[in-house]
Ligand binder design. Structure first.
Ligand code: ZN
Length: 266
């Protein structure tokens, strides 16, 4: 029995070592000169996301924010690779979004969403920033989280997929949690300064879209479409531009921080 435990431990540590040493997005990788940002506009196509008071769909608000964010980054950086998981009204499976991020060797993954209060809740307003909580991934299987809801109808994410990705994610979490936490503080600071939305704070949840991306990851719920003031702001070009600009500024700080740390390792 003891030998089996020992062999299992060796296998797990070997797997962790192989994955981390082969991963181009690892903060320790000196050869990784291109900073790659993955921008994930939530939902799309047959998955509308949540619906606002006026009938607008979440998918049609998060896409222009993602495109504006890309434009801001492209204007500032000639050498940055910017990848959108979708750039039009198209359905992309959640697990596919993580695969895109990994195959592009992303250094940072930002998923953009809008929220809606549940029917039993009072009116809510403001933005929220989410980090992945692995302990709550299984809980999410019961479809308690709104952002995972659509999977039930459209994707077959089986237990094997979740178990496998939880093991990988638990390894990456060790390496990237500090980065994700720092980035979440930068986004919150910039959104408080640059938008009219109040901050509702930082949270952790079992969002499946964050599970398979092997890099620092965050999900931003930009505001509540169930709140009149938030919805008007989120629908407006000004609101979308201000949110995109705030996330852009946070990425700029994140990159400075990231580049500085990596330069110390050279
Ligand atoms: Zn959403």
């Amino acid at each position: 029995m003891r030998r089996i435990i020992l062999i299992s431990a060796i296998l797990i540590f070997s797997l962790a070592y192989i994955i981390l040493s082969n991963n181009n997005s690892s903060p320790q990788n000196k050869d990784n000169r291109i900073f790659t940002v993955i921008i994930d506009a939530g939902h799309g196509g047959k998955d509308p996301g949540t619906t606002g008071l006026s009938g607008i769909y979440e998918k049609n608000i998060v896409l222009p924010i993602a495109l504006k964010l890309k434009n801001n980054l492209a204007k500032e950086y000639d050498d940055m690779k910017i990848v959108l998981t979708r750039d039009k009204d198209e359905f992309i499976e959640l697990k596919q979004r993580g695969k895109i991020a990994n195959s592009e060797n992303g250094n940072l993954f930002v998923s953009i969403h809008c929220n809606a209060r549940k029917s039993e809740e009072n009116d809510k307003s403001g933005f929220e920033i989410y980090l992945l909580d692995l302990n709550r991934v299984d809980e999410a299987k019961s479809i308690t989280l709104e952002e995972n809801k659509f999977i039930a109808f459209n994707e077959k994410i089986d237990s094997a997929y979740i178990t496998q990705n939880k093991i990988l994610a638990s390894i990456y979490q060790q390496a990237y949690l500090g980065y994700s936490e720092r980035f979440s503080t930068m986004i919150e600071t910039e959104m408080i300064k640059g938008t009219s939305l109040p901050s509702r704070g930082h949270f952790q949840a079992g969002f499946w879209v964050l599970l398979s991306a092997s890099m620092p990851t965050l999900l931003v719920e930009c505001g509540y479409l169930s709140n009149k003031t938030d919805e008007e702001y989120l629908k407006s070009d000004k609101g979308q531009e201000e949110i995109a600009k705030s996330i852009f500024k946070a990425i700029r700080y994140f990159k400075m921080d990231y580049d500085f740390e990596n330069s110390l390792m050279e």
